[in-house]
Design a protein around this ligand. Structure first.
Ligand code: TXA
Ligand code: MG
Length: 431
């Protein structure tokens, strides 16, 4: 019958997810899974040994807290209210609605942006005390509630929570039945992975399973916000823009709590609030040189002399353009051709750009012996965000010694996230 065949199909679709959920429930080896932002490296957020497995696989500093991924709001509410008796949860559901454990400041954000690329900081619930054991009476038997492993918050008084838009991610979390702690699934300091192959490139041999959900839609990580202080603060720019946040009640005066780049950024006067922001990040092996286009883009600003000065004896130059760079006039090249079969990432997945190879000519018009690998991410900022990490990784893979990247105008939208990541990846910034 139709219903039995569709059940069989569901089982086929779900079986990798069931296998992943089984691993997550029974072992301490993390599982990589797709989200709409980047791939995450997940572990049961309630088990210390499992969470420690994430830090080990990534080589992540243990003072950098992890984001807690939930499959629905009730999972989050159970986390925030670890002691809840059956009678309370049944007969006082009205009262519970009036005293939602999720702070009111977040309600407009949750309505507008969840599920989606937004992480909110919440107070870490105090652990249930064993000194007042709940009554053994069945009518008030405690509902088993998840309690976060201390390794998740890494010493912070808060934890970050995110409801991902990816149905695959949410299905996985609900099959596990517990929230998943998950950082981006790259090796520490590398660009975040936006397809399964990126995860394999970094973590092969260190993890057992990568769920392949194709190329991530957004391409940069979630926006991390702290609404527990006044005014609220954006700790990390990401998939939700500051201008979008500002249009929500209570968020009109949201501050930027991240710097322009470099090691010291993180929280302005109050010191680093997103501990991860102080670490070196998003770096390919190649040296990255970022060209920031001031005030709407100066045509022809990247001239041959500048490039030759940067390049020195370099053999392979990667170029990432974002729409304004007059490449043909700026660099003298010959024999433009395409590398690879077209859409390049392992020859298969459509990551949204092609890499073109040419040979670099000197001011005298003769070949310098250097080759140029050119990626154009296009002028649309969403397309730039979507392809940025993959372009950095792809140019690395093709042997670039140095990657010249054209900046975008630093707006209050996803461009802020793009420039934040680029400034961290770059060893030099030229204005
Ligand atoms: O889009 C994303 O957010 C991805 C996907 C997998 O969900 N995850 C991700 O996680 O980017 P990760 O660990 O690479 O970055 C988390 C950022 C770090 O900068 C960390 O310091 C900050 O969020 N963070 C997490 N919990 C925090 C807390 N309690 N207080 C302050 N910052 C926190
Ligand atoms: Mg990360």
């Amino acid at each position: 019958t139709t219903s039995s065949s569709s059940t069989t199909q569901d089982d086929d679709v779900l079986s990798p997810l069931r296998e992943a959920a089984h691993l997550l429930r029974t072992t301490s080896t993390p599982v990589a899974f797709p989200t709409e932002t980047v791939y995450g490296l997940g572990a049961d957020a309630t088990r210390s040994d499992a969470v420690r497995g994430i830090y080990a696989a990534k080589g992540r500093p243990s003072d950098n807290p992890l984001i807690v991924h939930i499959s629905d709001l009730s999972m989050l509410r159970r986390l925030l209210q670890p002691i809840q008796t059956q009678s309370e949860s049944e007969s006082e559901s009205k009262a519970q609605a009036d005293s939602d454990p999720i702070p009111v400041i977040y309600h407009p954000l949750i309505t507008r942006f969840w599920p989606g690329p937004l992480t909110i900081l919440l107070p870490l619930p105090s652990n249930p005390t064993s000194s007042t054991p709940p009554s053994p009476s069945p009518s008030s038997a405690p509902v088993p509630a998840p309690v976060l492993a201390p390794e998740v918050s890494a010493g912070q008084p808060t934890f970050g929570a995110r409801l991902p838009a990816s149905p695959l991610a949410r299905t996985l979390i609900s099959l596990v039945g517990n929230p998943l702690a998950a950082p981006s699934a790259n090796a520490s300091t590398r660009p975040s992975p936006t397809c399964a192959q990126h995860v394999a490139d970094d973590l092969a041999g260190r993890i057992e399973l990568v769920l392949d959900g194709g190329v991530c839609d957004v391409g940069v990580e979630s926006t991390v916000v702290d609404g527990l202080c006044d005014p609220p603060v954006v700790l990390r720019p990401g998939g939700v823009g500051v201008e979008e946040l500002r249009s929500c009640p209570g968020w009109e005066h949201v501050r930027r709590g991240y710097g322009g780049g470099g090691e010291s950024e993180g929280g302005g006067e109050k010191g680093p609030r997103a501990p991860g922001m102080k670490y070196k990040h998003y770096s390919p092996r190649a040296r990255v040189v970022l060209f920031e286009v001031g005030g709407g883009g100066a045509a022809g600003w990247l001239d041959q002399e500048t490039v030759e000065g940067i390049l020195g004896a370099v053999k392979t130059v990667g170029v990432i353009r974002t729409g304004k760079w007059p490449f043909a006039g700026g660099l003298r090249t010959a024999r433009v051709e395409q590398v690879g079969p077209g859409k390049v990432v392992n020859g298969e997945e459509d990551i949204g750009f092609v890499v073109r190879e040419s040979s670099l000519l000197g001011t005298d018009g003769n070949p310098t012996g250097a080759r140029v690998l050119d990626v154009d991410l296009g002028g649309d900022i969403k397309g730039v965000a979507h392809g940025l990490f993959a372009a950095l990784r792809e140019l690395d893979r093709l042997g670039a010694d140095v990657i010249l990247v054209e900046g975008v105008s630093d707006g209050d939208d996803i461009a802020a996230a793009v420039m934040n990541r680029l400034r961290k990846a770059a060893s030099d910034i030229r204005a």
